[in-house]
Design a protein around this ligand. Structure first.
Ligand SMILES: O=C(O)CCC(=O)C(=O)O
Ligand SMILES: [Fe+2]
Length: 292
């Protein structure tokens, strides 16, 4: 495939773009094309970028919106406050990140992150892929019974207990059905939640039902061979993801750094601007940082 600005290849999920050097300034028109491609393809992958500095990573991320650096631990090895530094070596970054199950980033916020933007600095010799799943396709493969049940469910985040999001909602940019979920950070679900009411007015699912629903979501994700496992390359991969359109989790890696080799990932998260809603005519009252 080719646009005026670059050639590209469609991946199982996303688009790999060739011929751009992110370390060089990008023209406005190129940036606009990249943004369109992120919305259309959900992941845009740039390989062979060498080392992208923290400040360059932040500069590129700012084309997509306002950066949120408030919710992650600022590791001393991080090049700047806006970069979340992830590693399998506690000296080099935060460990165990993204390993608690399939998720999108920022489900504990009123507006989950719109974009997660990754650059892999050190690629392990074994394991350490990032696995992505296309959320709209997961929904489209549900049986009618499961779909109607999921349409009624909202997830209650395990942090800040008042954060509740519909499991299925409309992607704010494309209008396609998508999922708001974090399998490792959900305390319960509620049926038929109404944002204009207090969460305390709703009966949450008990532990057994919650576990069963989480299992059902996990099975739906893994059942249809829709997972794209991104193998990072040492020449410097950079990925822009539409965090609301794809789920992800860190893939398996040997537990010791000696066996796995060092892995260092930089991630920037761009604020969401819209709370997950089935109906965007309704303006939820509790949305911090929302632009409408
Ligand atoms: O380490 C990874 O591959 C992904 C980690 C993750 O979930 C994140 O950085 O949001
Ligand atoms: Fe994540």
């Amino acid at each position: 495939m080719a646009t005026k600005f670059y050639t590209s290849k469609v991946l199982p999920i996303g688009l790999e773009v060739f011929g751009l050097n992110l370390n060089q300034p990008l023209e406005q028109a190129v940036i606009q094309q990249i943004k369109k491609d992120v919305t259309k393809h959900r992941l845009v992958v740039f390989r062979n970028q060498g080392k992208v500095s923290g400040s360059k990573h932040v500069e590129i991320s700012k084309y997509f919106g306002e950066i949120d650096n408030t919710t992650f631990y600022k590791h001393p090895a991080s090049p700047c406050v806006d970069i979340f530094c992830v590693s399998n070596d506690p000296e080099k970054g935060c460990t165990g990140v993204g390993m608690s199950g399939w998720h999108i980033d920022g489900t504990f916020r009123s507006c989950p992150y719109a974009y997660s933007i990754y650059h892999m600095l050190e690629v392990p010799k074994q394991g350490g892929d990032t696995m992505f799943i296309p959320l709209t396709e997961i929904i489209s493969k549900l049986s009618p019974e499961t779909r109607s049940k999921w349409e009624r469910l909202s997830m209650v985040s395990d942090r800040r207990g008042h954060i509740v999001h519909p499991l299925i909602y409309k992607h704010p940019k494309t209008g396609k059905p998508t999922l708001c979920m974090h399998l490792g950070m959900t305390t319960a679900f509620v049926y038929d939640f109404d944002r204009s009411k207090d969460i305390k007015d709703f009966e949450p699912t008990g532990p057994e039902e919650t576990a069963a629903i989480l299992k059902e979501i996990e099975t739906a994700i893994t059942d249809h061979a829709l997972v794209y496992s991104h193998k990072w390359m040492k020449e410097g991969d950079f990925i822009i993801s539409d965090n609301l359109a794809v789920g992800h989790q860190a893939g398996p890696i040997p537990p010791s750094v000696a066996d796995a080799g060092l892995r260092v990932l930089h991630r920037v998260t761009v604020m969401g601007t819209v709370p997950p809603c089935k109906d965007y005519d309704f303006i939820p009252p509790d949305c911090e940082n929302c632009s409408y």
